[in-house]
Design a protein around this ligand. Structure first.
Ligand SMILES: Nc1ncnc2c1ncn2[C@@H]1O[C@H](COP(=O)(O)OP(=O)(O)O)[C@@H](O)[C@H]1O
Ligand SMILES: [Mg+2]
Length: 427
């Protein structure tokens, strides 16, 4: 998939997601408002019932007799003669319960003339009660003073949200799932794209690597067919050795790809034996002899390991050392100085390969052990390779219980250290 297509998909999906999010917020907001209206109506109905009760009470004959008796004793009747505070308390409680309102509340009766409270269950919420939207005039019960019954709910929002709990929870859950799935789909697409780029790189690389020896050896073969060459044993030797060299290079490359393919398939069959790190290092360095002479390369060996034995498969461990030294030479463009040493740390045998090459930046240090990964250097790679070597190294080292430590700084060189559990004696 092209980068542009991915970007378009990301853009469209993000817009749709944002749209869904906004719609959802709108719906939740609307639902909240509806619930609030429902709540407000219930409160108003409850208050109305309370006031109605006292209104009916006023026309009751026994109550009127009681009022008359009171009027004889007092010069002027007040609102608390008409409204009994205990009765008010129990009425409000019953009516709210009837409306299924379980929220905490405070109420009071106050005069609009001077904002003074005459009856109430709380002194702390006077300002809230004066501003409360739930107020009911008591003019039908007692006229002078312009009295109001007011009620205030301390946790109304909480109660409303609690009533919408299930819907809120489901909305958030589904949105969360949607966002996570979207992110993981995008992540997978990008990951797949990267893998496909790496694979394309690998195929290009491989084709190039195979083409060169094939072209060189066919050229050499053509030369051999010429009469003047056939009659000249020296030239014959030269061209046939070119063919042999190129052939072995080709074999090595095929072998490298095959070995990693075998590792990937998991069908390897290791022959585990006790190995001597000092001997193996020496053997591998010997195999580089020609290259070292040709390329003005200095290789130093320090065999300090007194307990050099560890368990592994000889062929694979030799390949591992070969790969590390090969990289050290390949990625040291100027006057390569390679230090290969063996030593013991605690119960481990350590094989260290140190170079003075281009080094590896921190961001790539973990990636270089991944299959097919090569440190990107733009489109042109000065040094050819498949990006298989270190993946192979890591897989084999892991197989034999070893560890790899890398210390490297761009421009200063790299130091790869392999740690294997040492076995005490030769046998
Ligand atoms: N000694 C080293 N110095 C600098 N870079 C290195 C060194 N060894 C490995 N690398 C980087 O790690 C990458 C992966 O190495 P490797 O798996 O051996 O693949 P290849 O050598 O075929 O490119 C290389 O492409 C290179 O960029
Ligand atoms: Mg390599």
């Amino acid at each position: 998939m092209k980068k542009k297509t991915i970007l378009i998909i990301v853009f469209i999906t993000s817009t749709a997601l944002a749209g869904i999010l906004l719609t959802q917020i709108y719906w939740v907001g609307t639902a909240y408002k509806l619930k609030e209206e429902q709540f407000d109506n219930s409160v108003r109905i409850a208050l109305k019932s309370v006031v109605n009760h006292f209104q009916q009470n006023k026309s009751d004959t026994t109550f009127q007799k009681k009022l008359k008796a009171l009027a004889c004793r007092k010069t002027k009747l007040s609102i608390d003669d008409y409204i009994d505070s205990e009765k008010l308390d129990s009425l409000i409680k019953d009516e709210l319960k009837c409306m299924d309102i379980k929220s905490m509340y405070h109420y009071g009766i106050y005069s609009k003339y001077n904002n003074r409270f005459v009856i109430g269950n709380s002194d702390d919420y006077r300002t809230e009660l004066l501003d409360s939207p739930f107020q009911f005039s008591l003019a039908s019960i007692y006229k002078p003073g312009d009295y109001y019954l007011s009620i205030f709910f301390t946790n109304k929002t909480h109660i409303l949200l609690h009533r919408m709990e299930l819907w809120l929870f489901l909305s958030i859950l589904f949105l969360f799932i949607l966002v996570i799935s979207f992110a993981s789909v995008i992540f997978t697409i990008l990951h797949q794209k990267k893998i496909s780029e790496i694979k394309t790189d690998f195929i290009n690389n491989m084709t190039h690597e195979f083409k060169t020896p094939i072209a060189t050896s066919s050229l050499a073969a053509e030369m051999i067919q010429k009469k003047e060459v056939i009659s000249n044993p020296n030239k014959l030797m030269k061209y046939s050795s070119i063919i042999l060299d190129e052939n072995s290079r080709l074999q090595n490359q095929v072998e490298q790809v095959l070995q990693v393919a075998i590792l990937e398939s998991g069908k390897y069959n290791f022959k585990v034996r006790k190995l001597n790190a000092n001997d193996l290092v020496k053997a591998v360095i010997n195999s580089f002899e020609l290259r070292i002479k040709d390329g003005n390369i200095k290789v130093e060996i320090n065999q300090n390991a007194t307990k050099p034995y560890f368990l592994g498969d000889k062929t694979h461990i030799l390949n591992v050392f070969y790969n590390l030294i090969d990289n050290a030479i390949k990625y040291s463009p100027e006057n390569p100085l390679i230090l290969v040493s063996t030593f013991n740390v605690n119960d481990n045998i350590v094989i260290s390969v140190k170079d003075n090459g281009i080094g590896i930046s921190k961001e790539h240090q973990n990636n270089i052990f991944k299959n097919l990964f090569r440190v990107p250097t733009g489109n042109i790679h000065e040094v050819r390779g498949f990006g298989l070597g270190l993946y192979y190294v890591k897989t084999i080292v892991d197989q034999f219980g070893g560890k790899i430590q890398l210390v490297s700084e761009p421009g200063k060189g790299s130091n790869f250290k392999l740690f294997f559990p040492a076995t005490a004696t030769k046998n």
